[in-house]
Design a protein around this ligand. Structure first.
Ligand SMILES: Cc1ncc(COP(=O)(O)O)c(C=O)c1O
Length: 397
């Protein structure tokens, strides 16, 4: 068999590996508490499911324009306007097969072979892989817990070379849950403009922000910065629609037209039925989104406070997405029986084996010393998960 060296060099998504392991154990009847997931546990809102059924009944089951149906592209424009006051026309928006596909289209459209893309770490695992797929070079820049896991202007400047084409900003962040303030984004924006870079602003979690944090969408900073921003969003996280595979990209119309050409050759349109479902999701009553956000917030507060009470765990106070990224490095070097915990991967494996709790090791996201714990599960599961983690950590010495 011949598998190309490019594909051979790719790793399976680390997060999917862990949730795969959790699913496998569950299938064997093991009572696993899965805190590794990257998707909301709520069902897709009924009104959205009804819209999909109606689309099928109305025979909306054929190809659409590759870039997506115009009503949805217009609605996405109106949604950005209503959410952030941004102006995007339908020809500045493309609908793709999930935000992951939007990111691929973007990178393939703007990156020449060998060009560098700056990725602050901890990063969502897919970013470096996608940059490599398009023959770019991912340049990861470490950020610390003390910096709130956010890119500082100094570190950003230091990472720029003549080959840098773009910065990927994940705001709010998967895996840390951090959210950038407007002032922090302005400092980044200044450097972006000075160096004529693109910013790929992945705002897929932007509707999941807590504690009255005033969220700033990157392209709102100025008209100049809007021209240099490729805004990524979608319905997966905010509307609990991960399986429907709809992502949005908003950018300058020349870039969108390039992405449309690419998409027309690669996948054609995103699922027609899902496009109609997404249209309902963003144009219908938004109470369900707010309900989900409130529930996430209650879980976030519980989990943060409960984790902080465990010896050896420092949960921090993330204000977005549905993840906490606690520092667990103080248990490294400890053992239980023959199991020695040398790092976050060992700890994650230990927690699955010993406590049947699935978490994702920080090392997967380029940040040793931490675990990603998702609160996209019920309060009962969180309580049971915390109890099991506490008991398992107490056994280590
Ligand atoms: C930061 C980030 N961006 C993009 C995506 C992809 O979203 P989608 O399911 O719409 O492809 C995810 C999903 O985990 C994510 O965490």
């Amino acid at each position: 068999m011949h598998v190309s060296s490019k594909v051979n060099s790719l790793a399976f998504s680390g997060t999917m590996q862990i949730s795969g392991k959790a699913k496998e154990l569950k299938a064997q009847g093991v009572n696993v508490i899965d805190l590794s997931v990257g998707e909301p546990d709520f069902p897709t809102p009924q009104r959205v499911k009804d819209a999909a059924v109606k689309a099928i009944a109305d025979n909306q089951t054929k190809y659409t324009m590759a870039a997506g149906i115009v009503p949805l592209r217009e609605a996405v424009g109106a949604w950005f306007k209503q959410s952030y006051g941004l102006d995007y026309a339908a020809n500045e928006i493309i609908i793709s097969n999930g935000a992951k596909h939007s990111l691929y289209n973007t990178l393939q459209t703007i990156i020449e072979v060998g060009e560098e893309v700056i990725i602050p770490a901890p990063y969502w695992v897919t970013y470096p892989a996608l940059v490599e797929i398009v023959d770019g070079v991912p340049i990861t820049v470490e950020t610390t817990k003390e910096e709130g896991f956010k890119l500082t202007p100094e570190k950003f400047k230091a990472a720029i070379t003549p080959k840098t084409r773009a910065l990927i900003l994940c705001n709010p962040s998967n895996p840390t849950g951090s959210v950038y303030t407007k002032a922090e984004l302005e400092e980044i924006a200044e450097i972006v403009l000075e160096n004529d870079l693109y910013v790929i602003s992945d705002e897929i979690y932007s509707k999941l922000v807590y504690d009255d944090f005033e969220y700033t969408s990157f392209p709102t900073l100025s008209d100049e910065i809007k021209k240099k921003t490729i805004l990524i969003d979608g319905v997966s996280k905010s509307y609990s629609m991960t399986g429907w595979r709809i992502g949005f990209t908003a950018a300058d119309k020349e870039l969108i037209s390039g992405m449309g050409k690419l998409q027309s050759q690669m996948t054609s349109n995103a699922s027609t039925i899902s496009q109609y479902a997404a249209l309902e999701a963003i144009t219908g009553p938004q109470d369900d989104v707010e309900e989900m956000r409130k529930t996430f917030n209650e879980r976030r507060i519980y989990l943060r406070d409960a984790l902080n009470l465990i010896d050896g765990v420092e949960a921090g106070d993330a204000k977005g997405a549905f993840y906490l990224f606690p520092n667990v490095s103080s248990v490294f070097g400890k053992s239980y029986g023959d199991t020695k915990i040398n790092g976050s991967f060992d700890l994650s494996m230990y927690l699955i084996a010993e406590a049947q709790v699935a978490t994702v090791p920080g090392s997967v996201f380029g940040a040793e010393g931490f675990l990603r714990i998702a609160y996209a599960t019920s309060m009962e599961n969180l309580q049971e998960g915390v109890k099991r983690i506490e008991e398992a950590l107490a056994k280590l010495s």
